[in-house]
Design a protein around this ligand. Structure first.
Ligand SMILES: [Cu+2]
Length: 312
């Protein structure tokens, strides 16, 4: 059975509050206009033999002035005040949509880059040890986690949306738009393109799987291992850490590489590439991967003991 995941974009009441505000104003204005129209239709209808109203305009004649200028000013200023109020609350809501809450242990977050193309969506993740991997027309996210996304397009204008989360954001070539949201229950949802973008627009769907945080860890691990396996087939660099010194064999000049680190020491050790957040922790007797991006010159890998090795 398909369970639709609950999605919170910003604080739900903020969104809903804005929606209710616009709906209420629209209903009041609509009722006034349609009501006045109906009253006028009945009250001022043409009656056989009735005299012509004295101020009825004749062809070629300017509309005679009715009422007072003050009344027009009151109407105009009221409308302006309402528009200012709406603009103010909308700008605040848009700010909240674009700025995610700070990432801390009590409020974990992940980052995904979403790219629209004719006709589908690509989802770019950063995996374990910093390795990039991609899923197409479907993606997986953890529940109760802030998902920050960058939205891009590789060809024409698209619009990334999921109606259940009341979320949509333009995907524009050459630009990056930002968005964050949180799924609050495990289940499925569907992303769609809501900007007509060509012959295949109607098929531009993607499945969104909201899974438990443990299942997401497994997904991230399996996807990272698969990405390293592919990368290792093209460029593999081996390294051994004996607890104090760090030796790296092979080189990776100018191409992205999988660095396979073996921990020959007696303690668990963590390795990271200088200048990057990505790291890998390797238990004694085990090995793990660290991603080395394509770069020219020398790159330094630092072990938690402080020992360094260089990849050139
Ligand atoms: Cu599209």
């Amino acid at each position: 059975m398909l369970v639709i995941a609950d999605v919170t974009s910003v604080s739900e009441d903020r969104w809903s509050g804005l929606f209710d505000l616009y709906l209420t104003i629209a209903l009041i204005v609509g009722a006034l206009i349609i009501g006045w129209l109906l009253v006028s239709l009945v009250r001022y209808r043409a009656r056989p033999g009735a005299p012509r109203p004295p101020d009825a305009p004749l062809p070629g004649m300017l509309q005679p002035e009715r009422g007072t200028v003050l009344f027009s000013w009151i109407i105009a200023l009221t409308i302006a005040a309402i528009m200012f109020g709406l603009a103010f609350s909308t700008i605040h809501a848009v700010d909240a949509i674009e700025n995610p809450p700070p990432n801390d242990p009590s409020n974990p977050s992940i980052h995904v880059v979403v790219t629209g193309f004719q006709f589908g969506w690509k989802y770019n993740y950063t995996g374990e040890g910093g390795v990039p991997f991609q899923t197409i027309t479907e993606w997986t996210i953890p529940v109760d986690t802030v998902i920050t996304i960058d939205v891009k397009s590789q060809d024409v204008w698209h619009n990334f949306a999921f109606p259940n989360g009341r979320i949509r954001v333009d995907a524009i070539p050459g630009e990056t738009n930002h968005l964050w949201f949180k799924a609050t229950s495990i289940g499925e949802d569907r992303n769609a393109c809501v900007q007509i973008c060509g012959a295949g627009h109607a098929t531009m769907h993607a499945a969104m799987h909201v899974v438990s945080q443990a299942d997401f860890k497994t997904f991230l691990h399996d996807s990272s291992q698969a990405a390293y396996k592919t990368l290792a087939g093209k460029s593999l660099v081996n390294a051994t850490f004996d607890g104090s010194a760090f030796a790296i064999a092979g080189h990776a000049a100018g191409k992205a590489s999988a660095l396979n680190v073996t921990n020959a020491g007696a303690q668990p050790a963590t390795f990271h590439l200088q200048g990057s957040d990505a790291s890998v922790t390797v238990q004694p007797g085990q090995s793990g991967y660290l991603y080395i991006p394509a770069a020219t010159g020398t790159q330094t890998v630092v072990a938690s003991s402080g020992a360094t090795g260089t990849v050139s």
